[in-house]
Design a protein around this ligand. Sequence first.
Ligand code: PXG
Length: 289
Amino acid sequence: MKIYINGKFYDKSNAKISVFDHGLLYGDGVFEGIRSYNRLVFKLKEHIDRLYESGKSIMLTIPLSKEEMIKAVVATLKENKLSDAYIRLIVTRGEGDLGLDPRKCFGKATVIIIADRIALYPEKFYKEGLKIVTVPTVRNLPEALNPQIKSLNYLNNILAKIEAVNSGCDEAIMLDSLGYVAECTGDNIFIVKGNHLYTPPQCMGTLRGITRDTVLEICRKIKIQAHEHVITRHEVYISDECFLTGTAAEIIPVVSVDGRIIGSGKPSKLTLKIMKKFKEITKKDGVRY
Ligand code: PXG
């Protein structure tokens, strides 16, 4: 495996950055998780745009133009001879001193690109569905650390993940500070009621996921009514279907929430239809390499 760091490729065992990097010391940086399917990088422009937006928000100047970043992603995929990959793109504030002050790191942002293969969940869960729980840790407040910023500081999500695992589940519903459903630790959430789909609006402490946007796009195409609307736990419990979306997990059905069986207790019609359409799109859309 070859890892890109600041314009050069290193073997995995030699791919190292400074212990003074503020990405490590403070989680001061931004990232993206991207997938490629059959030599097509899915929604690459959208991921790159979001990376630069995250960077802008935390005043982190990314030392490459968007075009150069796209070339670096493609070069990493070619270097690793991967046709289906999960790409982790990381930009840290760079090396500084032991103080918080990012001015001490100016001009030294670190760019890292890792391309690997991952399957987030075993195939069984895509066929049978996931069991998830609501956890006590609320999603970061948009006024504090806006979930739109895909920062390297994921402790909020990791705490929720630990709570899910402690309850015997692999994923958690995180609520916002008002008690509405925000999202999961690494995925957006959708519910189905009747012929309608609902997902929380991005202002509710929810990342505007690129897979989420793709599902909304699919719904427009196949004429399913999809709404960005606040969702309560009650509405999740009484929904007909529920599924999660994310680049790593893709689309995964949910069949139980807080011990309540969702709908028939099996991945059902609209979820399966959207999973199928999603697969079709990933096969033909994207930046070829
Ligand atoms: N919400 C959060 C909090 C995320 O981190 C998504 C939604 C889905 O967004 P996209 O754009 O990928 O559809 C994410 C991204 C993991 C893991 O191990 C998951 C993500 C990122 C890093 C790790 O579960 N998902």
